[in-house]
Ligand binder design. Structure first.
Ligand SMILES: *[C@@H]1O[C@H](CO)[C@@H](O)[C@H](O)[C@H]1NC(C)=O
Length: 310
């Protein structure tokens, strides 16, 4: 076992590695979600025609730099989310288990699930300003812009500009759909993972090991994406606006469906899938390596007294 700080660093490095590889798809996803906003299908101009077309067009016009806009913000967001997940999970779980069973050592699947979702939601709330700036950096394009074009130099500059123009309220724009989105994702992730795993073992005779983990995370990643994508689209649109377009997340959902049709909430779905699937698989495989590395480092630098307590 490594320490909590150790697993935070190891998990963070793994997540940032996965983010680096999949960030380009995230950029395409955001532009697809914003394109044709509140326009009927007939009048909407589609400059990005799908995942691969989007990647190609951005690469051609803006280079790799275009695909990687907002990567720094994505790192900070990941670390915030992971930190909150690690930091809040045990306290929430213990408090609830104690309140219900009068014994915090009992493991209840329902409570564990709820605590996982809860700590994810808290993380999404804490990290929302970074996701906001990331979204705005990714929709910025000198060639084929979609959405409001903000000129932020990076995370810190974005924060400074938003704070000085709109205050704290501006930084937390879109926090509600961000929490809903992550809550949806976190609550279906583990149950579908275990469900898929049981089915694969039962019907395909697969055994414990890497292939089974990858197959189960692929299945779970698909379901997560289906459930999470509609609130994700609402979130991207709330992040794009500067308070003058929608009065609430619900208003955004309602008007999107009314003008663009029900399927509009699934704009950018395949780009999202192209991001989520490799992300889960990479995080899973990278985490094993970084955890092993972390244990080695800790073995070397921590005094024996500390190690005994872990
Ligand atoms: C983005 O937000 C602005 C207002 O803040 C709005 O005018 C625009 O329609 C939104 N969407 C796109 C795709 O530009």
């Amino acid at each position: 076992m490594s320490t909590t700080t150790g697993s935070f660093i190891a998990g963070g490095i793994a997540a940032c590695g996965a983010v680096t590889v999949t960030h380009g798809f995230e950029t395409v996803k955001i532009r697809l979600q914003l394109q044709g906003e509140l326009q009927s299908k007939k009048e909407a101009v589609r400059v990005y025609k799908g995942v691969f077309h989007g990647v190609g067009v951005i690469l051609k016009n803006e280079g790799a730099k275009g695909l990687l806009r907002g990567l720094g913000c994505a790192y900070v967001y990941q670390m915030t989310l992971n930190g909150c997940r690690l930091g809040f999970y045990e306290p929430v779980r213990k408090t609830l288990t104690n309140a219900i069973y009068k014994d915090s050592n009992i493991q209840s699947f329902g409570i564990n699930l709820f605590s996982g979702a809860m700590s994810g939601i808290l993380g999404a709330a804490a990290g929302s300003p970074f996701f906001l700036i990331k979204t705005r950096l990714q929709s910025f394009s000198p060639f084929l812009p979609v959405g409001t074009q903000h000129h932020y130099k990076g995370a810190v500059d974005g924060m400074r500009q938003i704070y000085s123009q709109e205050g704290v309220k501006g930084l937390y724009r879109g926090v509600v759909p961000a929490m809903i989105r992550t809550g949806f994702g976190s609550s279906v992730q583990l149950p579908t993972y275990f469900f898929a795993k049981r089915r694969l073992v039962k019907h395909l005779g697969m055994e414990e090991g890497m292939p089974l983990h990858i197959a189960s995370s692929t299945a779970s990643g698909f379901v997560v994406c289906c459930v999470m994508h509609p609130p994700d689209t609402v979130m991207s649109r709330m992040y794009n606006q500067t308070g003058n377009l929608y009065s609430s997340a619900f208003d955004c959902l309602y008007r999107t469906v009314k003008t663009e049709g029900v399927l509009a909430v699934y704009k950018g779905f395949f780009a999202h899938l192209a991001r989520i699937l490799p992300h889960t698989i990479l995080t899973l495989t990278l985490a094993e390596q970084t955890n092993r590395l972390m244990r080695k480092v800790e073995d070397r630098i921590l005094p024996p007294a500390v190690k005994e307590k872990i």
